[in-house]
Every structure is written in structure tokens, then in C-alpha cells.
Design a protein around this ligand. Structure first.
Ligand SMILES: [Zn+2]
Length: 259
């Protein structure tokens, strides 16, 4: 399960109440939910050019990680940030920010996951080369990993909907930062063509990745045991169930082939 632990479109207004945290943990345990993932608000930018925004992002993210720890989350996800000028410089800022937040949250088990982007606007972390650069600099930071969003990878130009495209993508991930850094997958379709750099999510099978693409993705030997989260559009309650059943069906059809 992935949730926002606070309003995703604002800076922090307060803190979680102890009593709420207690009730939440009990309910998660009762329901047997694992892993629990916290998604960070969109207002934070760990590569921000403006010093004020950079500092407030780091400060708030530290607090978010601490709260994620209290909630018992295995992972906290944040987008790789954005930076207008030299990409290398932006990535360096991101690396520094991750080092700072990990250093300032000792003893907390929640791992920090950087999410790949579609490369829309001035967002960073849309190519595997960029992510490789980041994770090599974080080689000694054990509590940092990757959250792979399929709609974003597609938007960035990776044709992960064919055997050949997906295999070369996985191989490149492994070469750039080691597949072990991949901890979570956001399963979303994308309505635009590969390489559009557009960050738009579509229902499973209703975008350009398509049903055949998702069948390959959820059954790929390097990916099938990684937790999957749906971030597909939701206009009615049944949308989630529809997407979830499709993914389960694809996964099951792959199980037969494995035997
Ligand atoms: Zn995502």
C-alpha cells in the first residue's frame, strides 16, 4: 500500500498525532499490509536551484522520513527533483540532499527511494545514465534505492513493452546501478508515445505500453518479485479493482509458464 502521509500539494502544516500513528499501525497490522510506502508531497525538490527551496525541501523531507519511520513504512518515495540548467549540477545537488537526509535520520529503517521521471520540463532522473550517476555517488548509502515508474520510463523513451526493449532496459539498470537498488515499481500506463517526455498516467492496458507490455513487465524474472503499486487514474471505486484484477491475471498467466 502506498499513501500520502500529508497533503501532497502544500508545504508542511503540522505533525502527525501520536494517537493517530498508533491507530494507523494497529490497522495496518490487522490488515496484514506489507510493504507500506509513503509518497512524499510534490512540493519538495531535492535538486532545487533556489537555496530557500532546497533547504526547506531537505528539512521537510527529514521530518517526512521520521514520520514514515513512526508509521512503520518500509519505503518513502520522492521524485528525483528538477533543475533548470546543467543536469550534472542538479544531480550533484540531489546526491548531496540524499546524503544529508540519511545522515540526519539515523536508526530509522525506512529506505529512501528516488523515483525516475518522464523528463517533463526540467525534471531529473529520467535516463538510466543519470540514475547511474546518482547511485554510484551513493554507493555507500545503503538506505537509498530506486522506485521505477513504468509510465515515466515510457515517457522518457524506454520501449519496455517488448521483450527486446524490456530486456535491454533491465540490463542497463543492472549495469548502471545494480538491479538490487530497485525496490519498488509503480505500474502505470502512459497515453502518449514513447519519448514524449509527458508524465501522464493511464489505466493498465489503455495506454501505449498496453496489455502485452504489462504482461511482460510483471513476469520478468528481475521484476516479478519487486512490489508493484498502481497509480492509475481513479474516477470511480471500480477503476482500482479493474486495474488490479488485470495485473493479477497477467501475473497468474506468467506463473503457469514458470512451472
Ligand atoms: Zn509514480
Amino acid at each position: 500500500m502506498q499513501i500520502f502521509a500529508r497533503n501532497p500539494r502544500q508545504f508542511r502544516k503540522g505533525s502527525l498525532k501520536k494517537q493517530d500513528v498508533k491507530i494507523f499501525r494497529e490497522k495496518v497490522n490487522q490488515a496484514g499490509i506489507h510493504p507500506l510506502i509513503i509518497h512524499t508531497p510534490y512540493t519538495l525538490n531535492l535538486a532545487a536551484q533556489k537555496e530557500f527551496l532546497y533547504r526547506i525541501s531537505i528539512k521537510e523531507f527529514i521530518k517526512d522520513i521520521k514520520e514514515a519511520g513512526q508509521l512503520g513504512a518500509q519505503y518513502i518515495v520522492i521524485h528525483a527533483g528538477s533543475f533548470k540548467d546543467d543536469e550534472r549540477e542538479g544531480l550533484e545537488r540531489l546526491v548531496d540532499a540524499v546524503k544529508i537526509v540519511v545522515r540526519n535520520t539515523p536508526g530509522i529503517k525506512t529506505e529512501v527511494l528516488l523515483e525516475n521521471t518522464a523528463g517533463e520540463g526540467s525534471t531529473l532522473g529520467y535516463t538510466l545514465t543519470q540514475l547511474g550517476f546518482v547511485f554510484r555517488k551513493l554507493s555507500r548509502v545503503k538506505r537509498a534505492g530506486l522506485c521505477l515508474d513504468t509510465a515515466h520510463a515510457w515517457g522518457a523513451g524506454y520501449r519496455i513493452n517488448t521483450n527486446k526493449g524490456l530486456n535491454s532496459f533491465v540490463k542497463e539498470m543492472d549495469k548502471e546501478f545494480g538491479i538490487k537498488r530497485l525496490k519498488l515499481i509503480h505500474l502505470n500506463d502512459n497515453p502518449y508515445e514513447a519519448g514524449s517526455r509527458k508524465d501522464r498516467h493511464a489505466h493498465i492496458g489503455e495506454g501505449r505500453i498496453g496489455r502485452a507490455g504489462f504482461k511482460l513487465i510483471v513476469n520478468h524474472p528481475a521484476l516479478r518479485d519487486v512490489p508493484f503499486i498502481l497509480e492509475t487514474p481513479k474516477s470511480k471505486e471500480s477503476d482500482d479493482i479493474k486495474n488490479l484484477s488485470l495485473i493479477k491475471e497477467f501475473y497468474k498467466s506468467g506463473l503457469h509458464q514458470r512451472n
